[in-house]
Design a protein around this ligand. Structure first.
Ligand code: PAF
Length: 286
């Protein structure tokens, strides 16, 4: 069957109910649109693993702490629909803000601790908005599986915790980050970079890779690793770092001594564009 576009919660629910009566397993890929090859990887995985795939396209005002960032967020519904249709998606759920929030919402999902460092510090309220909208999307679609990218590692940790704490019966599938050949992680925000900014933005991945190399060659002090990564970032004076942290992969809190697998996460500003990325690192045994 061809791709269908659901604009209302009732339409999305009716589509999912019909798929359930056909005995199909349901997957959801929550997105804010402006789909790129990173999203395509999530969608392809969902289509390979589930009988019925819903992609949600909704730029969620609740998770933007900066009104300019929200109003400048890229939109391209037709290109998004084409990408979904080519990949074999069953339904795109693209509600309006009024459909999702017909009145001021008085109920929010607050996940504590995991949300405090990094993005939580620089984007107050962001994860409250993410957790709230993802909980709503999960209730609307009631999927068996939900697909998220590893690029937003802290978001994934927040959603994992919410699913666990609130007993959502949903399997979360974590999909590896897709990168350009330069190492730059795919992101809808890359569309805002000029040609020059795109060259400078590789500083982010280079710093993360250097931190990973230092950890994997036996350095256990997070301070030493961070100092080395900061030297790499300093080679790109056009870029400013908001944070570079070495964190516990589950609770996302910064650690001082590296004794097991970690995530190295960084946020930079390139011109007016804010980019985030992360990599895993595992210290060499012994
Ligand atoms: O990662 C995103 O695109 C958004 O944060 C999400 C998960 C779709 C919630 O709005």
């Amino acid at each position: 069957m061809n791709l269908r576009l659901a604009r209302t919660i009732a339409e999305a629910r009716a589509e999912v109910a019909a798929a359930r009566t056909r005995g199909l397993s349901i997957a959801v890929v929550p997105t804010m649109g402006a789909l790129h090859t990173g999203h395509a990887a999530l969608i392809e995985r969902a289509c390979a693993e589930s009988g019925f795939v819903v992609v949600t396209l909704f730029v969620n005002p609740l998770q933007f702490n900066d009104a300019g960032d929200y109003s400048n967020y890229p939109h391209n519904l037709q290109a998004d629909l084409d990408l979904c249709e080519e990949r074999g998606v069953d339904v795109v759920f693209a509600p309006s803000v009024d459909e999702m929030y017909p009145r001021a919402t008085r109920t929010h999902v607050d996940v504590d601790t995991v949300t405090e460092p990094m993005e939580g510090r620089f984007r107050p309220g962001h994860f409250r908005g993410v957790a709230t909208v993802v909980a709503k999307l999960f209730h609307i679609v009631q999927p068996d599986r939900a697909y998220f990218g590893e690029k937003d590692a802290q978001q994934l940790a927040v959603i994992r915790r919410m699913v666990d704490d609130l007993n959502f019966s949903i399997k979360l599938v974590e999909v590896p980050t897709v990168r350009e050949t330069s190492g730059l992680a795919m992101s809808s925000r890359n569309q805002r970079l000029s040609e020059a900014e795109r060259q400078w933005a590789v500083a982010l991945y280079k710093a993360l890779e250097e931190a990973r190399r230092v950890i994997e060659s036996g350095e256990a002090s997070a301070a030493v690793v961070k100092a080395r990564a900061a030297e790499v970032l300093a080679e790109y004076p056009q870029v400013s770092a908001e944070y570079l942290e070495i964190v516990d992969p589950d609770d996302m809190h910064p650690i001082e001594t590296i004794t097991g697998p970690v995530r190295i996460a960084c946020a930079i500003l390139v011109g007016k564009t804010r980019l985030i990325d992360n990599v895993r690192a595992t210290p060499h045994p012994g």
